[in-house]
Design a protein around this ligand. Structure first.
Ligand SMILES: [Zn+2]
Length: 123
């Protein structure tokens, strides 16, 4: 089931079994983890750092930027998490993902991950 709301939970360590309505945040590990909001059950790990995701906590809710693009999962879901709300974006076609991957591969810096290009696009 598509989730439209997530509840942020600050934890020390990420639990083995994720509750799909929770967004787990570990400040010790600078990582946020949630179960894919489409309900497919895939675990989505978003490292928090200058070059990965930014977490905004306003005392009541959290936002993550850039968007979450689960291109490597069968569901290919794509959404933003803004103030605990899941905002669904269009999912990319196979063709679009392939062309972005090709562009990424043609870069000289091959060590850059696939997500770096997604971040550039959705910033
Ligand atoms: Zn999913």
């Amino acid at each position: 089931m598509h989730m439209n709301k997530l509840e942020h939970v600050f934890v020390r360590t990420i639990p083995d079994v994720l509750d799909e309505k929770n967004l787990y945040i570990s400040l010790d590990y600078n990582t946020a983890v949630h179960s894919c909001a489409c309900g497919c059950g895939e675990e989505v790990v978003t490292p928090l750092s200058k070059k990965d995701w930014k977490l905004i906590y306003d005392g009541e809710s959290v936002s993550l930027s850039p968007s979450i693009g689960n291109w490597s999962y069968p569901c290919r879901s794509h959404y933003w998490i803004k103030e605990n709300t899941v905002k669904w974006a269009e999912s990319w076609s196979e063709e679009k993902v392939r062309s972005v991957r090709a562009e990424e591969n043609s870069k000289t810096n091959k060590s850059k991950g696939f997500f770096s290009i997604l971040k550039r696009i959705f910033k």
